[in-house]
Design a protein around this ligand. Structure first.
Ligand SMILES: *Cc1c(COP(=O)(O)O)cnc(C)c1O
Length: 366
């Protein structure tokens, strides 16, 4: 039996079939259909935000956020993220300036941001890594002082709250990914949340080629609309989200119970002000463990258990970026990237399987 690092959440088949039935009556498959608009309303409520715009995927949402925020010059960001974050910055013609991370929660080290600001800096693009919240207060303080925009890549953070507030309420714009592997999925999909009312039409036009109506094209847009089948999947999955997160919590607690006293394995403990969504189960393999991350990954794989080096290599070490950037400038991120792996984590992972995985980690000599 194989245990993969994740397994997509899916509603009962009957529920999805009954959700998509009306699409055969309307014959309306995409372009702000009924399902799309209903999902937009429901997510606006669920995430407790003023505005939310759906997109075909998280990457195009982030790309659109950066484009429509009219940023220029340099953007301060983190190298410890999924490539999408940095691609979205570079694809907009902007220069990413990499800030090192806080080794406790793996988010951007807000205390280092100020020293990287120049007269070209226009924004901070920070990532709520593994669903941990960035130091949002400090980031907001810096942004105000230097008049910078703040965009959060909240791809990992669907449904989390920080200090009693939806994580989506922090910053100018937040991006959520609804990719199949995320806590909440629409197969592929994504959304932007924000409070500036002007952005609603901007995003609506931009994601549909810039069309205002059939005769008016107001901007050079793209095509990144969410279709009705994606939205229907979202409507179904949203009905089960509370239960999904509760099941993930049980899995998380079982992992912590099993691994908390293992020498050399650093666990991801949540900030007391965070209401987490238990999106990932990262462990950092320290020297005292006696085996490297890659050796442990292989040992687990030999037992049919597949972890993931997430995030490795560091963005600045990737073939497409390593000639332009130097990963040694962010040594903490580099070190974590060399040691981190995520263990299997999903709502339907059985506690027996968690024990099995943990026993392999605990019994180094077996
Ligand atoms: C998944 C992810 C994205 C991209 O989202 P897609 O929906 O897959 O396009 C961006 N950033 C982070 C941190 C992610 O994990």
């Amino acid at each position: 039996m194989k245990i993969q690092v994740t397994q997509s959440s899916m509603p009962p088949l009957d529920e999805y079939v009954s959700e998509i039935k009306s699409i055969w009556d309307t014959k309306w498959l995409t372009n702000s259909g009924e399902k799309h608009n209903e999902l937009e309303r429901k997510l606006t409520q669920y995430l407790d935000v003023k505005y939310l715009s759906l997109f075909s995927n998280g990457h195009m949402a982030l790309y659109s956020a950066i484009k429509c925020a009219n940023l220029t010059g340099e953007v301060i960001t983190t190298p410890f993220t999924f490539v999408s974050t940095i691609h979205a910055i570079v694809q907009n013609g902007l220069k990413p300036v990499f800030c090192d991370i806080n080794p406790n929660d793996y988010t951007i080290d807000a205390n280092r941001i100020e020293s990287l600001i120049t007269d070209k800096t226009s924004a901070i693009v920070a990532v709520h890594v593994y669903g941990n919240a960035c130091n949002v207060e400090k980031i907001e303080e810096i942004a105000k002082k230097y008049n910078l925009k703040v965009i959060y890549d909240a791809a990992h953070s669907f449904g989390t709250e920080y200090k009693g507030k939806s994580i989506a309420k922090y910053g100018d714009i937040s991006m959520f990914s609804f990719h199949a592997t995320k806590v909440f999925n629409t197969i592929e999909g994504g959304a932007l949340t924000y409070s500036d009312p002007k952005l609603y039409n901007t995003f609506d036009y931009f994601r549909n080629f810039g069309l205002v109506d059939t005769d008016i094209v107001s901007m050079i847009g793209i095509n990144s609309k969410m279709n009705e089948f994606q939205a229907a999947m979202g409507l179904c999955n949203l009905r089960h989200i509370t239960d999904e997160i509760a099941k993930r919590k049980k899995v998380y607690e079982r992992y912590i119970e099993n691994l908390k006293n293992v020498t050399g394995i650093k666990l991801n403990y949540y900030n007391k002000d965070l209401k987490p969504n238990y999106a990932y189960l990262p462990i950092v393999v320290l020297d005292e463990y006696g085996m490297t991350r890659d050796e442990l990954l292989k040992k687990l794989a030999d037992n049919g258990i597949f972890g993931r080096k997430y995030f490795y290599p560091l963005i600045t070490d990737l073939e497409c970026y390593n000639k332009t950037f130097n990963s040694n400038k962010t040594p903490l991120a580099k070190d974590i990237s060399n040691r981190v792996m995520t263990l299997p984590m999903y709502a339907n992972l059985s506690l027996e399987d968690v024990d099995k995985i943990c026993n392999i980690i605990k019994n180094k000599d077996s």
